[in-house]
Design a binder for this molecule. Structure first.
Ligand SMILES: *[C@@H]1O[C@H](CO)[C@@H](O)[C@H](O)[C@H]1NC(C)=O
Ligand SMILES: *[C@@H]1O[C@H](CO)[C@@H](O)[C@H](O)[C@H]1NC(C)=O
Length: 304
């Protein structure tokens, strides 16, 4: 039986209609979000990254959220956050992002604690696909990450409507690390310290200036840094806003704007600051502890 003209019309025009609808949908999709967890955490813990992912998906309908898993399994992912060479972790992630068709048009990135630091390396080293907005939550920018690397179990604790548990991390001071680094004897920690500080010196342009690092970082639309006002894990807490100890001593701190990194603008942060691309946010609370209300009010606007 021959199909009716009406059906023929439908089959003729249908695909076109669908294509138009699809492209309309495509032009109205939200920017994907890539999340990198902290030390001792994993991609998919329902109490931490899983909860964050769900929260964002609820608030930003249709958003694609990729919570990074470094390795094949969740156990590997957690172990790698302690022990895997950081450069290799960054390369692993760059590869994963480049292969993901959903990220082709670019993505926003949100890193927790060391995850924020590592995502900045991704922004600086891997411009494709392009990162649009980088949000570093409680991420230290300097050597005190070494202490985190050894001591921290960095899981966010969201209070309020979503209650998220947290392990009690051991506080350890960057000032102490700085003074005692030469007496650092535990072989595992020493290894971690060395690779971590080489990594940081590289991405902070302390071993020479890589022009592409600067150019790539500057192509961000925004670089949002969240500092926790009662953070007892990261000391000095100023490093969450790219500040640090003044050179040559372990007492006084300086802000990013006072630092040589800024005045010499090795990383392009001064230019970004002047262009209004740097956002400094503070949250009341200890390391990675914030309320859902705070998250929604302060961070969600960057993800819509
Ligand atoms: C996408 O579509 C929704 C619903 O029609 C609309 O409210 C929203 O503003 C659109 N977003 C963009 C980015 O165009
Ligand atoms: C700059 O960094 C990129 C990305 O990591 C690297 O491929 C390149 O070799 C570096 N250039 C210099 C001069 O170190």
């Amino acid at each position: 039986m021959a199909s009716s003209p009406l059906l023929q019309l439908f089959f003729g025009v249908g695909p076109l209609l669908l294509a138009i609808l699809d492209s309309a949908r495509g032009s109205n999709t939200t920017t994907p979000l890539v999340i990198w967890h902290g030390m001792g955490d994993s991609c998919c813990n329902p109490l931490s990254m899983g909860a964050i992912k769900k929260m964002v998906e609820e608030e930003v309908p249709g958003v694609y959220v990729l919570s990074l898993k470094i390795g094949e399994t969740i156990i590997q992912d957690t172990e790698n956050s302690f022990f895997m060479n950081v450069n290799a972790q960054v390369a692993f992630v760059c590869d994963q992002l480049a292969k993901d068709p959903k990220l082709k048009g670019g993505y926003n990135a949100m890193g927790f604690s060391q995850g924020g630091q590592f995502l900045r390396a991704v922004a600086q080293r891997c411009p494709s696909p392009p990162m649009k907005i980088l949000i570093s939550i409680g991420g230290s920018t300097k050597e005190c990450m070494v202490s985190l690397a050894v001591q921290e179990r960095a899981r966010p604790s969201v209070t309020g409507s979503a209650s998220i548990s947290t392990l009690r991390p051991t506080p350890i001071s960057c000032r102490i690390i700085l003074v005692q680094a030469q007496y650092w004897h535990d072989p595992l920690n020493e290894e971690l310290y060395r690779t971590h500080s080489l990594f940081l010196a590289d991405i902070n342009q302390e071993r020479g200036v890589n022009a592409s690092y600067k150019k790539n970082l500057q192509s961000l639309n925004k670089f949002v840094m969240v500092k926790f006002l009662q953070d007892h894990i990261v000391d000095p807490v100023d490093t969450e806003w790219f500040g640090f100890l003044k050179p040559g001593q372990a007492k006084e701190t300086e802000t990013l704007q006072e630092s040589a990194l800024y005045t010499e603008d090795r990383l392009g942060l001064a230019e970004m600051d002047k262009a209004g691309k740097l956002v400094f946010l503070a949250s009341d609370g200890d390391h990675l502890q914030f309320t859902k209300e705070w998250f929604n009010a302060k961070l969600l606007p960057y993800l819509r």
